[in-house]
Design a binder for this molecule. Sequence first.
Ligand code: UGA
Length: 435
Amino acid sequence: MRVSVIGCGYLGAVHAAAMAKLGHEVVGVDLDVAKVNALTAGRAPFYEPGLTELLTETLATGRLRFTTDLAEIAGARVHFVCVGTPQKRGEFAADLVYVDAAFTAVLPHMSDGDLVVGKSTVPVGTAERLAIDFEDSGATLVWNPEFLREGLAVQDTLHPNRLVYGVPTGMPGENAQLVLDEVYAAPLSEGVPLVVTDYATAELVKVAANSFLATKISFINAMAELCEATGADVTGLAEAIGYDERIGRKFLNAGLGFGGGCLPKDIRAFMARAGELGVDQALSFLREVDSINMRRRVRMVDLAREVCNGSIVGRRIAVLGAAFKPNSDDVRDSPALSVAAQMQLQGAHVVVTDPQAIDNARLKWPDLTFAATAEEAATGVDVVLLATEWAEYCELDPLQLAKVVREKRILDGRNVLDPGAWRAAGWTYRALGRR
Ligand code: UGA
């Protein structure tokens, strides 16, 4: 099938390459010339494991191309809109400028029987509003939220764990489902569950899922606060409650909390939308979820101060990790970088390292010092903070690292190190939610 993808960021670039992999003929459109040139040359404009290989493979088939010219979407039957919905400056609400601009731009290129498929995360009610504009175009609007995780985006797109179609009622909806079923024939044949529903439910599925995940993380981080007050251990607590299948162990990793371009802004946009709908009380708990999450960052700076005998002024601190999570170079609302910056602002000399995110981190916080490796960052420091659980940091040898630091103090911001091994090597080991 001929498919267009409008917006080639994290979501769109991966989606375009994945659609080509599934056998479709794909044109990806973005306004950013540099991004289009990179993708055309088979280079991923951001770090995402497996994406370069997928681009190389699919570009070679001739089924995938990228352009800045939106007119080239004409002739495609299905048009995926994958533009971003960042948080509005100074407000909780989502900024829909890119979504509105994309749908307005797409409209004149629609032909009878086309499908416009919204994949962006939007406030509930957006699809119904946009559908009105498409009534006379011959095209049908569908909402098909995306659940990919950064770092696993290729796998999540090719083998999603569920598909959700928000379709209009009656024949247009039924026809739209047939076309989308053809687009997703490969994952559907693997038995991927499909939920066909209305626009509002499809939009809500996405934000509800992210809100649930954020709540689960903040729940365990709230328990970490209790553990700190009582001398209990949050990792043992998470393990024990996780054995209950109704609770489950996943997303109960206590530590610096959640960040990134999705969870924080999605729960805020959800609260803002609930307020507009007059049901703000239903989501007031998300404000607490947000607060618990932010308190972890403050607590980590306090912990650094504690191990430095009351003051971090003039202390050298190595921060291992700048990305909001491992296997990503994304530093949007990164807990690691936020703590690094706070400590620097409070008088410490902070050296940050990350296997992939240094360039992005430097653009955001040029005043921080950056080092290429953990060993280089840790040389001569008073404290080492593991802030993003990249595999190479989890596997650090405490005996080896002890040789380069000034003081053997390790803060485990993700509860991934073995306290026994570090203490045995002479380190002061501290973590959030642990003795
Ligand atoms: C999240 C969702 O997991 C995806 O399903 C969704 O599609 C995506 O947002 C989106 O809306 O596009 P992502 O932002 O890539 O995906 O990252 P997650 O894996 O959800 O992690 C988010 C944050 O939570 C990270 O900072 C991570 O370190 C933190 N986290 C995660 C914890 O602190 N503890 C945990 O147990 C798990």
